[in-house]
Design a protein around this ligand. Structure first.
Ligand code: MRU
Length: 368
């Protein structure tokens, strides 16, 4: 997607030195556009854990490049295999909910194991890191094309008035390598000159909606409005939301969806107001081993994310306290929306119902 008219992906290799990974450091958006250079597994683990990079697809792609860096490090260490296994464990421990992390690391471990020499293993890891990133990009592009048909259908009933989409958190291109999941259909519609407007949930405590989703929609010229996290139900009651599209960090093979905390409440409000509630995800975000959403590990992050807020003033990032210092705070990162509240899943192979039979019809290779 474009930043200031120039095309960017969220992660890439330094064209002058392919042993360096470059990524957009999202902690500084929307105020500053910062590119970070990462050359070690430890740096990549920090970038994922501290959310310089975040979002299911980008976490997977970052882990893929992290494993490539692991092979470079391993070649200079006493024991190649041990170094790679430790690096995999270090990266896997960074964030528990997005299944793309494990998926990418497992893919890398299988590829690296096929190498005959250290250099061969490095080459295979590089090729796999590139494939993980390229697949993420292509799958998101396809999600855009399938989701576009849903927006087109609604647009035909709107008499030229904008289709109003509500989204939660950031499942745009910043959460993937490019295009995004939930926002890919929105970009596809906008690029086809269909009038579309996005209600952007602020998404406390880290404000991925107001900081990231609003920024990337603005860069692409898509009309949008930031709303408080609790405003969605009110807007649905007033008929101001035509459909909800959210992303997913992990979806069970039966259709239960883990996504950013607060998603479940949007799904409840959508059902009560008969607003279609879609989840957009590449197949890398399915967990084929889990049948019930209650088994999905839910990340709990530090209380400081709730008790502090940061912002920008006079060219500087400032952090302020927004809660009593002595009050405890519990910071759950994700919740699970049960499949019965999901109208459909938008995947790279098409749209299906959120149930096991429909999911496996699209992805028959996962039927046991
Ligand atoms: O904690 P984050 O920012 O990594 O959370 C991920 C998300 O942005 C959302 O949950 C998103 O909707 C799914 S990832 C595309």
């Amino acid at each position: 997607m474009k930043v200031g008219g120039q095309h960017f992906r969220t992660i890439w290799l330094n064209p002058e030195n392919e042993r360096l990974v470059q990524l957009i450091d999202q902690r500084f958006l929307p105020h500053r556009f910062v590119i970070e250079e990462v050359s070690t597994v430890a740096q990549m683990a920090t970038a994922i854990r501290e959310m310089h990079v975040r979002g299911a697809g980008l976490i997977g792609a970052s882990a893929g490049y992290g494993m490539y860096l692991a092979t470079i490090e391993a070649a200079g260490s006493g024991s190649f295999d041990e170094h790679v296994v430790n690096a995999a464990a270090q990266l896997k421990a960074t964030r528990p909910t997005a299944v793309n992390l494990t998926w990418a690391i497992e893919w890398q471990l299988t590829s690296i194991a096929k190498g005959k020499t250290a250099q061969h293993k490095i080459d295979l890891a590089l090729r796999t890191a590139r494939r993980i990133a390229a697949e993420d990009e292509e799958h998101c592009r396809m999600i855009g094309q399938h989701g576009l048909k849903l927006i087109e259908q609604i647009a035909r009933t709107r008499d030229g008035k904008p289709v109003n989409v509500l989204t939660h958190c950031n499942a745009g291109w910043l959460a993937f390598v490019d295009y995004g999941s939930a926002l890919a259909p929105v970009y596809a519609a906008h690029d086809r000159a269909l009038p579309v407007h996005v209600w952007v949930d602020e998404t406390r405590p880290r404000s991925q909606g107001s900081k990231l989703t609003a920024w990337e929609l603005g860069q692409h010229g898509v009309p949008h409005t930031i709303i408080a996290d609790s405003a969605g139900g009110h807007l649905m009651q007033r008929g101001a939301v035509d459909l909800v599209i959210v992303g997913s960090d992990r979806t069970t093979c039966t259709g239960d969806v883990a996504n950013k905390i607060g998603t479940y409440l949007k799904a409840l409000a959508a059902q009560d107001n008969e607003v279609p509630f879609y989840v957009a995800l590449p197949s890398s975000s399915f967990d084929w081993t889990i049948r019930d959403g209650s088994e999905i590990p839910i990340e709990e992050r530090g209380a400081e994310e709730l008790k502090r807020a940061d912002g920008w003033r006079d060219g500087q990032m400032l952090e302020v306290s927004v809660a009593p210092e002595d009050s405890p705070a519990a910071n759950y990162g994700f919740d699970v929306t049960p499949r019965r509240l999901v109208t459909g899943l938008i995947t790279e192979r098409g749209v299906c119902k959120a149930d096991e039979k429909s999911i496996l019809e699209l992805f028959p290779e996962h039927a046991s």
